[in-house]
Design a protein around this ligand. Structure first.
Ligand code: NAP
Length: 286
């Protein structure tokens, strides 16, 4: 049971966490924090938070758990701002989509409190943002990755695990580096491809005609291009090394595909498409 949760960022991820914990009876009071009082007031109306403060140090005062759900590029400034309010056996954790950059920010700003920071990332979300997008069942049955640090105590890791288990999530644990490597492939590269495809077509002169004939396949492929631009800017910059390596590899594979098309190598194309179909069919028939 969390007595007081300080929720820095009351949008989709932070809001859904608070609603899930409240629904499970796993939290007493939730104190919200953000830059914009109108957003915080809305979060209060929606029952996500009980009260709020715009100063992170005030918001975390007396909290036993602090959860950061702000865009990745804002993490450093938030760690710095909340540090004066930290006290006691507080657990600090987050939901940021890339972990190496957030851990670096926490290490730089939290001082002795760094050992109490247990990084996390829920593999769940939607293309919507803000408190109105939050819902209590977002994490139910979904994976949440914790990337505990050598500095963490077993007790703090167990508290972070208990927090997510209360939302109905399934927990996985891995290193920060492994997280960023895997997520670059499964999430960050696909988002970059979807954004680029839509933008590339939208800048063609005959775009009206092109989009008029865009059917279900195009819609499926590009759904994630409706995601929040600020969030994805931050993720690309935060996980740039892993992402750049994958973009380079993908560019090579795309060039090889173009060469096969140009050379009329039907067999090479069929072999590639059949391999990909087998993998996709296996993944989603499970
Ligand atoms: P969101 O709905 O846009 O919410 C972000 C919240 O952060 C807002 O309440 C915003 O309120 C606040 N905020 C922004 N900048 C701030 C700052 N400098 N100081 C304090 N508060 C600030 O975003 P989200 O989708 O919940 O994403 C939050 C985090 O979860 C991100 O790190 C993201 O990488 C991660 N994540 C997202 C998804 C997803 O699918 N969306 C999935 C997994 C993880 P104000 O504007 O009022 O400050």
């Amino acid at each position: 049971m969390i007595e007081r949760l300080a929720l820095i960022g009351t949008g989709l991820i932070g809001g859904s966490l608070a609603l899930a914990l409240k629904a499970a009876g796993a939290v007493g009071e939730v104190v919200g924090c953000g830059r914009n009082p109108a957003t915080l007031e809305r979060a209060r109306e929606l029952g996500i938070i009980d009260r709020y403060a715009t100063d992170p140090a005030q918001a975390v005062a007396g909290a036993d758990v602090v959860f950061l759900a702000v865009p990745i590029a804002a993490m450093r400034e938030v760690f710095r701002a909340l540090r004066p309010g930290l006290a006691g056996e507080v657990l600090i954790t987050d939901g940021g989509s890339a972990k190496g950059c957030v851990v670096e920010d926490a290490r730089a700003e939290l001082g002795p409190w760094f050992a109490h920071f247990v990084p996390g990332h829920p593999i769940a979300g939607t293309e919507q943002s803000g408190p109105d997008a939050a819902f209590a069942t977002l994490f139910a049955g979904r994976r949440v990755i914790l990337t505990p640090l050598p500095e963490n105590s077993a007790e703090d890791v167990a508290r972070a695990e208990a927090l997510w288990l209360a939302t109905g999530a399934q927990l996985e644990t891995m290193s920060v580096a492994h997280h960023d490597h895997v997520l670059a492939a499964t999430s960050h590269l696909p988002h970059v491809l979807a954004f680029t495809l839509v933008d590339s077509l939208a800048r063609m002169e005959e775009r009206q005609e092109i989009f008029r004939y865009a059917a279900g396949g195009f819609r499926d492929f590009t759904r994630i291009a409706s995601s929040d631009p600020t969030m994805w800017r931050d993720i690309c910059l935060g996980n740039r090394t892993e992402l750049l390596a994958l973009i380079g590899r993908f560019q090579q594979d795309l060039s090889a595909l173009a060469a096969s098309i140009e050379a009329g190598e039907g067999e090479a194309l069929s072999a590639l498409f059949a391999r990909a179909k087998r993998v996709r069919d296996t993944l989603y028939s499970l």
